[in-house]
Structure formats: C-alpha cells, structure tokens
Design a protein around this ligand. Structure first.
Ligand code: ISE
Length: 337
C-alpha cells in the first residue's frame, strides 16, 4: 500500500484527498499539509480525520510514514515541494503546471536527472480523458489522413478575481499546450506561437484581458487555434476539432440527456472542470499509483512540464509584443526519451 501525503488543501487538493482515500486502489492517504492549518484540518475531516495534519511541507515530505507526495498547491508554489520530494527520493505527483516559469521547471528537470530516478509525474489529466484518447486513436489509425488544423475552445463560466491575463496561458491554455501534440502524435515541441486579443468581453473583471486567441504551430506545420474565453457565462465548454486531409474529427462532449420542453430541445453543458474531467482524474491518479508501484512514472514527465512552460513563456511574451514568438526547448535529454 502506497502511503501518500498531500500538500495544498484547496479545491483540487480536497478532491484528490478524497480520491486517494476512497477511490484509488493500492494507495492510502496518511497525511495532509497546508500553510493554513484550518484548510489542512478541513481536508483531514473530509477523509474521516484519520490522517496526520502538517503546516510545513518539508516536515511532511520527510515523515517516514509518507512514501509518496501529491502537490496540489497553486502552480506558483509547486517548485519547492517538488524539489524537496526529489531530494528525499520520494515519487511526486504534482498538479499542472509543473511550475509557472520555464526557469523553475528546468531546476526540477536538472534535480530529477541528478537523482538518476524518474520521480516526477505532472497532472495533465487530459491525456487520460476518454474522448481525447478516442480522437487520438482515430488519428493514429491513419484513416483520416494527416491532421492539418486544430480548432479548440477552452471556455469557463467565470473566474475568480485573482485570475490574471497571464494565467489564461499558464493555468488554462497550458492544457492544450500539453495535450495537442500528444493528441496528433507529434513528438516534437511547438515551433512558434502568438496571442491575439479580440474585442474585450464586458463580463471580465477589471485588468483581465478576456477572451484571448492563441495560435500555436508545430514544427510539422499543424496550426492550432485555441479560444480561451473564461467568462463565457454559460458553462465549462471544451471543444477540439481536428481537420485532417481526409475528414474531420470532433472531441466528444460529455453526454447529457437531450430534453424537450417549452418549445425547446436542450442539452446541458458541464458546469466546471472538476466535473468535466472527473473520470480523467480518477484514471490519472490510479495510473500514477500503479506506475509508482513499478518504480516508474506515467503520463506527463517533468520534461513535458518544462516544454509546456517554455511554450507558455513564449505565449506570455506574445501577450505583450503581439508578435509571433519562437519556442526553443533544446534537445530532449536521453533521460526523458
Ligand atoms: C484549472 O486549474 C484547470 O486545470 C482547468 O482544467 C482549467 O480549465 C482552468 O482554467 C484552470 O484554472
């Protein structure tokens, strides 16, 4: 049984705490940690109270009762606990993004390589989503020819007041940055990217540029357009249309009953990302635990986290310059091939 300690007891932290405690096979939650003791205690209560409560991440990581670590703090606080877990030689699953800058991700990559062990898995859960996997298989089958254009939307009903223009890249589009090359079987990194700002929505809070159109081109010439629109007001709406040489494939939407009432035919849209990707999170954490049992990692590696961050840095630069920005990740180290 893998004894897991979790750091960061906010929204996704509480979800993962319950998931590890009640759903995942081969793992048990033994400790929770948050700088705010109240949050840590609330998470502990959610899972029945029978876990240690910490406010110091390092102490929890070095607790001999903790075999492996899950990091669910906000992205800009991932670096320190991930480095600390690597130093302790303990497997660590960190929520996306690995960190919010490429420089910080590089430190993690270097530390993991120096440790000589694959310890880090990054929580890009879309690679575990059933729909994305179905689309990927269709592309791999070759029956649709080569993909040429991807048209994606990443829409949310609304965001919190501390959500910034940069976060549209580092926190939101980071999913498409990670999942799209994997989806189309492109093993190289992105080549160039650009952000465009269309007319501003009246629904965004002051200081937030929303919506944003992100254009990303792979080295093989596939162009992806991602509409990030986080105050759309009607739900959490993830779409991805893959235009191939011999046909078009659309990512399935979550299925809801179609209703007929009041002279209207209607189908619901998912409310938020926790619900939209609930199954993907289950599969993802089970896969992490299964890999850890074999002494390996699955899903996205620290290198994937790094290349996503390099791409995000380029998009963030483009938010200011308006220009097409090059993405330069360098050679994939042998360790991650
Ligand atoms: C959130 O952290 C997620 O990971 C969601 O999938 C994404 O849609 C949202 O924009 C992020 O804030």
């Amino acid at each position: 049984m893998l004894k897991v300690g979790l750091i960061g007891c906010g929204m996704i932290g509480k979800e993962h705490a319950k998931r590890i405690k009640y759903k995942i096979q081969g793992a048990d939650l033994v400790a929770v940690c948050d700088v705010f003791e109240k949050s840590a205690r609330a998470a502990a209560e959610l899972v029945g109270g029978d876990v240690k409560v910490y406010t110091d991440a390092d102490q929890m990581i070095h607790d001999p009762d903790v075999d492996a670590v899950v990091v669910t703090t906000p992205g800009n606080f991932h670096k320190s606990p991930v480095l600390s877990a690597i130093a302790a030689g303990k497997p660590v699953f960190t929520e996306k993004p690995l960190t919010t800058t490429a420089a910080d991700c590089k430190e993690i990559v270097d530390a993991e390589m120096a440790s000589g062990k694959h310890l880090v898995q990054v929580g890009f859960m879309r690679r575990y989503d059933r729909g994305y996997n179905q689309v990927r298989e269709m592309i791999r089958s070759g029956g649709f020819g080569k993909p040429m254009i991807l048209k994606c939307t990443h829409r949310a009903e609304s965001v919190a007041d501390d959500y910034s223009t940069e976060m549209a890249v580092t926190d939101t589009a980071i999913h498409e940055i990670n999942v799209l090359p994997w989806l189309i079987g492109d093993h190289e990194e992105w080549d160039e990217v650009q952000v465009m700002f269309p007319r501003q929505t009246k629904n965004a809070h002051e200081g937030l540029r929303d919506p944003q159109l992100m254009m990303m081109k792979t080295k093989s010439g596939v162009i992806c357009m991602v509409e990030v629109n986080v105050n759309c007001g009607f739900g959490y709406d993830i779409n991805c249309e893959v235009v191939c040489e011999d046909g078009v494939i659309n990512l399935p939407c979550p299925s809801f009953p179609t209703t007929r009432k009041n002279f209207e035919v209607a189908t619901a849209i998912e409310k938020n990302w926790i619900l939209r990707f609930i199954d993907s999170y289950d599969v993802e954490l089970q896969d992490w635990v299964d890999h850890v049992a074999q002494g390996t990692t699955g899903g996205s590696s620290a290198w994937d986290g790094y290349t996503a961050a390099v791409t995000a840095d380029a998009l963030v630069r483009s938010q200011t310059t308006g220009a097409v920005e090059k993405v330069a990740c360098g050679e994939t180290p042998e360790f991650y091939r």
